[in-house]
Design a protein around this ligand. Structure first.
Ligand SMILES: NC(=O)c1ccc[n+]([C@@H]2O[C@H](COP(=O)([O-])OP(=O)(O)OC[C@H]3O[C@@H](n4cnc5c(N)ncnc54)[C@H](OP(=O)(O)O)[C@@H]3O)[C@@H](O)[C@H]2O)c1
Length: 348
């Protein structure tokens, strides 16, 4: 059986995303083959495309951190799942495809009746937000938080989950994202025309308990300056490394992107007030605590089923137009998550 996928054979901008038709994979023992319905498009995909993501991706590779699909073939020894069952996964690469073969241990069942486009939004964005709030932050009612890129994919997930906890939330965004931030109960801060450190001081007096910083670079230290005593910056992204979807300033950003937060967290440790900077990585935490990932994703599927959360889908785009999806995300001002429809791509 033939199966389509997107392949990156050289590093670069969105045009390196190429459509390819190959034989569908055959699941090995302990694996299942999934017919993918939806795949998430993320900043991490763009960073991998450019070759600046901390996860190594030897060429050629198929991007795609997360997917939802249906099991269409089981390998030997497969027992946890059945044919036709809807499952979700975070393979880190391989999601931009019509089929993927994956170990059963890496899949989480998706409850009946959920929309695969909404369900896929929960895997990378909402698990990241949930784990930063609950596993690292232990955030509790009434605490103050600052969320950067609050109208983006992870930003809106943090706002939605933070509202369930009862947090007092501030969110940086460009003007076009203000309504979204307000809708979720956040107070928007225009990062383009104001200094967010001054603005937080003005609005709160003594600062915030947590900052969720996906921008990276020098932002991390400025975020640190908004903390009240014993507050914490959780840094998790490298958005500052990209401009208009392409690598900003060459490969030195790779070193800076990784070395800076580590240096800042050391400086923070020796600063007065017990303020801290912690690094979060969904893939590293999953390697360390695989049960947490599965547990947290199931908890989020329950919240979706109970209609306590409703992820924003910016656009649904056919798989073979992945390049357009990357161009859109790279241009900025995308509200919520771009989802690839992998089941729409019959011909090309
Ligand atoms: N560590 C982990 O485990 C993990 C997991 C998932 C994602 N990430 C990282 O998290 C980051 C966010 O990912 P995402 O997919 O959800 O992307 P996103 O939130 O959609 O981020 C893009 C948005 O960031 C906003 N932005 C850009 N520069 C900004 C700035 N200086 N201040 C405030 N907002 C700014 C832009 O919004 P405007 O249009 O308003 O300018 C842009 O639309 C990425 O760096 C990604 O790699 C890390």
């Amino acid at each position: 059986m033939k199966s389509g996928r997107i392949v990156v054979a050289e590093r670069g901008g969105p045009d390196v995303l190429q459509w390819e038709l190959t034989d569908a994979c055959d699941p090995a023992a302990g694996q299942a083959r999934i017919r993918i319905w939806t795949a998430g498009v993320s900043y991490a995909d763009m960073l991998m495309r450019e070759g600046v993501h901390p996860e190594k991706t030897p060429l050629p590779f198929t991007p795609g951190w997360d997917f939802v699909g249906e099991i269409d073939k089981l390998g030997d020894d497969g027992s946890r799942f059945h044919l036709g069952q809807m499952v979700a996964g975070l393979p880190i690469q391989g999601g931009y495809a019509q089929h993927i073969c994956l170990a059963e241990a890496e899949m989480t069942p998706v409850p009946e009746g959920l929309d695969p486009a909404e369900a896929v939004c929960l895997i990378l964005n909402y698990v990241t937000a949930y784990q930063m709030l609950h596993r690292l932050g232990h955030a509790s009612k009434g605490q103050r938080v600052l969320i950067h890129a609050a109208a983006g994919g992870i930003g809106t997930a943090l706002l939605e989950l933070g509202r369930l906890v009862g947090l007092q939330m501030y969110g940086t965004a460009s003007k076009s994202g203000f309504d979204t931030v307000s809708k979720y109960g956040g107070i928007p801060i225009d990062y383009e025309s104001t200094d967010f450190v001054d603005e937080i001081r003005r609005l709160t007096g003594d600062g915030v308990d947590f900052v969720f910083d996906g921008i990276g670079g020098t932002y991390v230290w400025r975020s640190f300056k908004t903390l009240r005593p014993r507050g914490k910056v959780i840094t998790f992204g490298l958005t500052a490394s990209l401009r208009k979807g392409e690598l900003a300033g060459g490969l030195r950003y790779r070193f800076r992107g990784l070395a800076r937060p580590a240096l800042y967290s050391l400086l923070a440790f020796f600063s007065p007030g017990g303020r801290r900077i912690s690094l979060y990585s969904i893939q590293n935490l999953r390697r360390l605590k695989p049960a947490w990932f599965d547990e947290d994703l199931r908890a989020l599927f329950d919240l979706l089923r109970e209609e306590k959360i409703k992820p924003i889908i910016a656009q649904q785009i056919p798989l073979h137009e992945a390049r357009r999806a990357h161009e859109l995300l790279g241009e900025g001002s995308v509200l919520g998550k771009i989802v690839l429809r992998c089941d729409d791509t019959k011909t090309r």
